[in-house]
Write a protein that binds this ligand. Structure first.
Ligand SMILES: NC(=O)c1ccc[n+]([C@@H]2O[C@H](COP(=O)([O-])OP(=O)(O)OC[C@H]3O[C@@H](n4cnc5c(N)ncnc54)[C@H](OP(=O)(O)O)[C@@H]3O)[C@@H](O)[C@H]2O)c1
Length: 238
């Protein structure tokens, strides 16, 4: 297995938020043979730990529990696009304040809280990466179709939060890399209602996407910190 082959130490620890999700599960499986990986989920199974990214006290408690540990890789694979009550808007008139707040809470405020409580647990003496799953639709300059206002706005906000964190960490810990990552269109519950028109070759299995994302993380350098990188390593414009 060639994942994270050379730029990480031979033994290291990884932490994955959203370990129960489609991409999170695939990341856990891909990382398990390579490193000591700990999953975080709202409803943990096995030896995973509990963490709700919308509950600051929950994240503060988890960070306290893991205090003293050092992770060379932290991936936030949580996200929310739709559920039984929530449907991405097609028009501005469909925006609902409560629903938009939920989308912002998971996709923007949650990542900010993960940065706040878990950056102190990221290794400092050698390459270490914290990556937050983003989406190409969070790019303002790439937005040609409109729609999905809450999700687009939340991912754009997340990208700004990642950029700010990268600027701050570069001042003190030059080997730390903070990234946004676009996984492509992936066969998970999140994309299920929306991938009808996606060509077969552009639709990835979770395992495929996880492999691509880990390749991007392996290739990432401090010059990439603050950027949103797609599954193929290309930079997504802000
Ligand atoms: N799939 C795609 O095509 C695609 C495309 C672009 C970007 N992305 C991004 O990739 C990431 C992963 O997406 P996915 O496709 O794997 O989605 P998914 O299968 O729906 O998984 C979402 C994960 O987020 C977790 N989550 C939601 N709210 C949470 C909270 N408050 N606290 C902790 N965990 C929470 C869910 O946990 P529970 O199991 O507890 O609900 C689940 O593990 C997301 O950021 C998404 O926006 C996906």
């Amino acid at each position: 297995m060639s994942i994270l082959a050379s730029s990480f130490p031979s033994q290291f620890r990884a932490l994955v938020f959203g370990a129960s999700g489609g991409i999170g599960t695939a990341l856990m499986a891909a990382l398990a043979p390579r490193c000591d990986v700990l999953g975080v989920a709202r409803n943990p199974t096995g030896d995973w730990v509990q963490g709700d990214i919308c509950d600051e006290a929950s994240l503060a408690g988890l960070a306290e529990q893991l205090k003293g540990e050092r992770f060379h890789l932290i991936i936030n694979a949580t996200g929310l696009l739709h559920d039984a009550e929530l449907h991405p808007e097609k028009a501005i008139r469909q925006i609902g304040a409560d629903k938009m707040a939920r989308v912002l809470a998971v996709n923007a405020i949650g990542p900010a809280m993960v940065l706040k409580y878990f950056l102190p647990l990221l290794a400092r003496e050698e390459k270490a990466v914290m990556a937050h799953l983003s989406a190409r639709v969070g790019s303002i300059s790439d937005n040609r179709m409109g729609g999905w206002t809450s999700y687009r706005a939340a991912k754009a906000a997340q990208n700004m939060i990642v950029k700010n964190a990268a600027i701050e960490t570069a001042r003190r810990h030059q080997q730390q890399i903070i990234l946004g990552l676009h996984p492509g269109t992936v066969e998970t519950d999140l994309s299920a209602p929306f991938r009808g028109g996606v060509a077969a070759e552009k639709l990835f299995t979770p395992a495929q996407s996880a492999g691509y994302l880990l390749d991007v993380i392996e290739a990432a350098t401090p010059q990439d910190s603050g950027h949103v990188l797609a599954w193929d390593g290309s930079q997504i414009p802000a």
